[in-house]
Design a protein. Structure first.
Length: 350
């Protein structure tokens, strides 16, 4: 190994570590607010990348049709849930137009738009915006259908539900995109030279996007009322309920943010590697390893863990590429042992 190879490995490790940092942030957020270990996070990564790839290939992404199906199911769940509660049953006629617009009209309009624009050569920013508009609303819909009815169940039950949702989304991914993988066009062909090292413009875009998004999320949590409500729910769910924070609304919001982060991560990595319907799970699993560093509770430690995972993966691919994944996931063992010896057991909140 010489200095140039070392610089390339550092650059690659920081770039992938930045992606894992975003995913770990999303996993920590969802678990803190809802107690859900969000196994389907990887499917949002794959759906974001493959939706953008389909549009760049001149095809209408089938995820838009999936969004319509989820919208219909979510509208049915909302109506049936309102009919079971007398107070909500009285308000249902007033809420129905808004619910229909949110869960039926919007997905159908978006599906029609993708059909109209399928053969159009859109600018990349518009393609990315359309891909995010298709994938991100799936997050709160999945929460409403699969998780909200079991919001007060144990963590084990929620984990089993997560596994079921993950398997269902993997199957839907195979149905929509097929077994072949795809990648997207590069954001830029720019190459910068620093001394004897070359820095890819792609990597700079990824790192700048991740830092901007992390700063935006920090401002959201610190400066907005809904962000502070999410923080309160993450710190103490029972206390947040007692002061009037809606747990269901917080759950939907956390899933929306997790879906957005996952889809954006998929879009960011798609120019670097071929993504297929199931590869997002492995990427998100590395984000989960980083989240374990922070005990699924600390954002800064999870981010530092993500950079460590990215660097370990990068150098492992150089020295022992056949055992790269094994080395990355073995890192979690001493972390779990350390946390089990230093953490105090806390009974699960009712």
């Amino acid at each position: 190994m010489d200095a140039s190879i070392f610089a390339v490995l550092i650059q690659d490790g920081i770039t992938t570590g930045a992606i894992y940092a975003l995913l770990s942030l999303a996993l920590v957020l969802v678990f803190s607010v809802t107690r859900v270990i969000f196994l389907p996070q990887g499917e949002f990564v794959a759906f974001g990348a493959l939706t953008l790839a389909a549009m760049q290939n001149g095809q209408a992404p089938r995820t838009a049709l999936l969004l319509v199906a989820l919208g219909v199911a979510t509208l049915a769940a909302e109506v049936l849930g309102s009919l079971r509660v007398a107070e909500r049953r009285v308000r249902l006629p007033r809420r129905l137009p808004a619910l229909a617009g949110k869960y039926l009209v919007f997905p159908v309009a978006l599906y029609w738009l993708t059909l109209q624009l399928a053969l159009q050569d859109l600018p990349m920013l518009l393609q990315i915006a359309l891909a995010l508009a298709i994938v991100v609303p799936m997050g709160p819909m999945i929460y409403r259908i699969a998780y909200q009815p079991l919001a007060h169940a144990s963590i084990l039950v929620l984990l089993i539900v997560s596994l079921g949702v993950h398997l269902a989304m993997v199957g839907l991914g195979l149905l929509m995109f097929g077994p072949e993988g795809s990648n997207t066009k590069p954001f830029t062909d720019l190459q910068l030279t620093f001394g004897q090292s070359m820095v890819s413009g792609q990597s700079l875009i990824v790192i700048a996007t991740v830092l901007t998004l992390i700063a935006a999320i920090w401002c959201y949590f610190e400066r907005t009322l809904s962000g502070k409500a999410l923080r309160a729910t993450a710190v103490n769910r029972l206390g947040a309920r007692l002061v009037g924070v809606g747990i269901n609304q917080a759950g939907k919001l956390s899933f929306t943010m997790a879906a957005g982060i996952g889809a954006l991560c998929g879009i960011l990595i798609a120019p670097f590697t071929i993504v297929n319907y199931e590869s997002g799970f492995l990427i998100a699993l590395k984000g989960f390893v980083a989240a374990i560093f922070g005990g699924l509770a600390s954002y800064p430690i999870a981010a530092a863990g993500a950079l460590s995972v990215g660097l370990v993966e990068s150098f492992s691919s150089f020295w022992a590429s056949s055992f790269k994944e094994l080395i990355v996931f073995t890192v979690i063992i001493p972390v779990l042992l350390w946390r089990s010896l230093t953490s105090h057991h806390v009974d699960e909140e009712a």
